[in-house]
Design a protein around this ligand. Structure first.
Ligand SMILES: [Zn+2]
Length: 156
């Protein structure tokens, strides 16, 4: 059974509505209710763990509508979201990504950990120094950096 998409309004920041999403975008995802939440939005996407090819259409439909009501800031973008941002420039154009969860890996014992990376105005994120909790080795991004950050070069 396909997983569900959950969302919750977590507060407001000035005129912005803070929204938190988790779960999956797939063939069972309906965004009609989500579309009723008027922007500008700040969306926490850290919990979105899967997006398939049908689900990405629902994601685009929602964001096309939402971005008409004001800016959509995407924070804590998960691995699933970053993958789509890198594949779909039209998606990257609908949102302003302010931070993402970087999949880090220990080069020695392969321990994995997600680290929050903020995107500064110059769009050159600096990765925080993160040590492996098991063997104290310095963690590194588990994906090729250029490719993982390709969406940052794509914005108009
Ligand atoms: Zn380690």
């Amino acid at each position: 059974m396909p997983g569900v998409l959950l969302w919750r309004v977590t507060g407001t920041l000035g005129e912005k509505t803070l929204l938190s999403l988790s779960g999956e975008f797939n063939e069972s995802t309906r965004v009609e209710e989500l579309c009723k939440i008027k922007g500008p939005l700040v969306v926490d996407l850290g919990g979105v763990n899967r997006i398939n090819s049908t689900g990405v259409r629902a994601l685009l439909t929602w964001l096309e509508g939402a971005s008409r009501n004001g800016t959509v800031e995407a924070e804590r973008c998960s691995h699933a979201i970053v993958s789509q941002l890198n594949m779909l420039p039209e998606l990257a154009r609908l949102v302003t990504v302010t931070s993402f969860l970087a999949p880090m890996e220990c080069p020695k014992c392969f321990q994995e950990q997600e680290v929050l990376v903020r995107i500064p105005p110059d769009r050159h994120p600096r990765f925080p120094e993160e040590r492996c909790g098991r063997c104290d080795e310095e963690m590194r991004l588990s994906e090729p950096r250029e490719r993982y950050l390709a969406f940052l070069n794509d914005e108009c």
